[in-house]
Write a protein of this length. Structure first.
Lengths: 278, 351
């Protein structure tokens, strides 16, 4: 029987600053065998720890189509993530996983895709975005709608520029509080509906962001004619074990860690609203 | 195998023998007067003393025996700068004197820890175990036991290796498995065949035992109600107003399995541990951002009742409540599962 709770050592290969409180860490397993056997799918997460400090679930933001390393975008929010932010290239972390289900991929081939994210909600979607970019001809039109409080809080600024240049792909940005020289829209992400067409025909929407943002985006998508099963989101919940045991992420009869983190809106509707999953 | 019997005065000797071979857990009275499962020591003098504390009478075992396989705190692995060393416990265990409802709790937890990805810490603890249940002729928690309503007692029907039933100066012994039969063969000196009329005697003890359970609720109706869409928000809110969220009900619950994970570190050395945690605590769902989806008290009350009576049932086909009554017995403000069930099935306020 495999001990799912044992983490494996990784070394930080690079650190990319995304915003004032978020960095993307590229890590590589020290053990070559673990590196080769760590087979993950788009949308899954891993448990990251510093031994002696603690462990937290973080979505894998790198794409399975790019091998040999993992990337995690981590916001300094709690005791563990603040400590991670003190780390440098060459320092060690511990990782176990991958856990959870994943974004549908094969089923979405040939469709138009909407990626709608708020703030730190883009990193969980990025894995799938880069997978579609690496297999661009398999998909129809792609629109990425991304909003945050300020321009500084937008993650992957360089990649957003690169995605924009890909054929048949649009990137729409919006912020609440613009800075000087901000050339994009102002407001919350749902206000992008005024700027660009959001059409449900042969389309699927992937949504990630804070619960309040997801709630309003889902409302908009539903009004635009999207079916509940074509609205796909990834949820966040306090977790410890990652394998459906510790109970913290249990909502309704689902464990976000094993039945999720990816759910369709159709599934979400069955969970009591007082659970505030969105 | 035929019904067996063992003289009650011989049980002490049997346990003394078994303790040499098994890690033997048996209900024992501690200095404070509480009965809890304790391990019989192997050393002769210590064992003699411990055997005097054994208590197989219908007394309340305060903490459910789930802690034998799922300890309140357990080490997962230790670590230093160089390596991680896992800590797995696999001793050969004899659990002697477990109550039928508690057995249901253990079986429930077994299935839970096997589901999805396997939990190695729990599953290695149960790998080699022998379970001897003891039927309840009278309810250990007179005001709270309601096993007959949920069909979880007062005698076990399956899942045990041996079951003892108090029949005066001896126990009738039912054999539930090959392992149980082997145990009897191994200690054959202590056991003898029960007489032909003893099966009938067993039936009559059982029907008296059922009569002795005072608390009766409509358990099946409660499961039906919970399965449906009936809005119980008002009940949850009212109970939530009185609940002090101490966690006593969940810590004593035989089927609660939630835990927290934390690291203890001194210098370069440390241990990752897990300890019991509970959905009634406010911090249980609080995220690092400060966002807490179950910040309001009543939503935690709702979670607890729905988990036990709705979701456990829909996922496993078995209710998460095994009707032991410990939640009510341990509650400082007189809230309990049987009362909740009574309230929703009769529409009478009782909490």
């Amino acid at each position: 029987m495999k001990n799912e709770y044992l983490p494996y050592k990784v070394t930080i290969a690079s650190i990319q600053k995304e915003s004032f409180d978020t960095n993307t860490y590229k890590v590589v397993f020290d053990d070559e065998k673990t590196r080769d056997s760590f087979d993950y799918r788009q949308g899954q997460f891993a448990e990251i720890s510093i031994l002696g400090v603690g462990e937290a679930p973080i979505s894998i933001t790198s794409s399975p189509s790019r091998k040999g390393y993992l990337e995690f975008s981590i916001r300094a929010a709690g005791s563990l993530t603040n400590k991670i932010h003190e780390m440098k290239v060459g320092d060690s972390l511990y990782v176990r996983g991958p856990y959870g289900n994943s974004f549908p991929y094969e089923e979405t081939k040939g469709k138009n895709i909407y990626f709608i994210a708020g703030g730190i909600g883009l990193p969980p979607l990025r894995s799938l975005i880069n997978m579609t970019m690496d297999n661009r001809s398999d998909f129809g039109h792609i629109k990425i709608l991304y909003g945050s409080k300020t321009p500084d809080e937008l993650c992957f600024k360089q990649e957003l520029d690169e995605w924009k240049k890909v054929e048949n792909t649009e990137v729409w940005l919006i912020v609440d509080k613009p800075c000087d020289g901000w050339g994009c829209s102002i407001g919350v992400v749902t206000e992008l509906w005024k700027d660009t067409d959001i059409h449900p025909k042969n389309a699927v929407a992937f949504v990630c962001g804070p619960p309040i943002m997801i709630k309003f985006v889902v409302q908009k998508l539903t009004q635009s004619g999207f079916k509940d099963k074509d609205i796909i989101m990834t949820l966040e919940r306090y977790m410890k074990c990652g394998i459906g045991k510790c109970g913290h992420c249990n909502v309704g009869e689902k464990f976000v860690c094993v039945d999720g983190p990816v759910f369709t809106y159709e599934e979400i509707k069955k969970i009591p609203s007082r659970e505030k999953v969105i | 195998m035929k019904l067996k019997k063992i003289l009650q005065k011989d049980v002490e000797k049997l346990l003394g023998e078994a303790a040499k071979k098994w890690q033997t857990y048996v209900p024992s009275k501690n200095d404070e007067g509480d009965t809890l499962f304790a391990i019989l020591p192997k050393e002769k003098d210590e064992l003699e003393k411990a055997l005097q504390r054994v208590n197989l009478k219908d007394d309340w075992v305060a903490i459910s025996p789930k802690e034998i396989f799922f300890p309140q705190v357990e080490n997962m692995f230790s670590f230093d700068k160089e390596r991680i060393t896992e800590e797995i416990e696999t001793s050969k265990k004899l659990i002697f004197g477990i109550r039928p409802c508690d057995l249901k709790g253990v079986l429930f937890a077994d299935e839970f820890f096997k589901r999805n990805l396997e939990d190695i810490y729990y599953l290695s603890r149960i790998e080699d175990r022998l379970i001897v249940t003891i039927g309840c002729n009278t309810p250990p928690r007179k005001e709270a036991c309601f096993c007959t309503s949920a069909n979880t007692g007062p005698f076990a029907k399956e899942g045990f290796d041996l079951e003892l039933v108090d029949a005066g100066n001896y126990y009738l012994v039912e054999v539930g498995s090959v392992k149980g039969e082997e145990f009897i063969n191994l200690y054959s000196a202590f056991f003898e065949d029960a007489g032909d009329d003893e099966a009938e005697k067993l039936n009559s003890i059982e029907s008296d035992a059922k009569e002795a359970i005072n608390v009766k609720v409509d358990f099946d109706k409660a499961l039906e109600i919970m399965k449906g869409d009936k809005d119980l928000t008002e009940n949850y809110k009212r109970i939530g107003e009185r609940c002090i969220y101490c966690g006593g009900c969940v810590y004593t619950c035989p089927s609660c399995t939630c835990f927290n994970v934390f690291d203890d570190k001194l210098g370069d050395n440390g241990v990752r541990r897990r300890n019991w945690d509970t959905c009634v605590f406010r911090g249980y769902t609080r995220e690092a951002s400060g966002h807490n989806p179950r910040d309001e008290k009543w939503t935690r009350t709702a979670r607890r009742y729905e988990h036990k009576l709705k979701y456990d049932y829909s996922v496993t086909g078995t209710s998460g409540c095994i009707a032991c009554g410990r939640c009510l017995s341990s509650c400082p403000v007189n809230i309990g599962m049987s009362k909740f069930i009574e309230e929703i099935t009769t529409n009478k306020r009782n909490m």
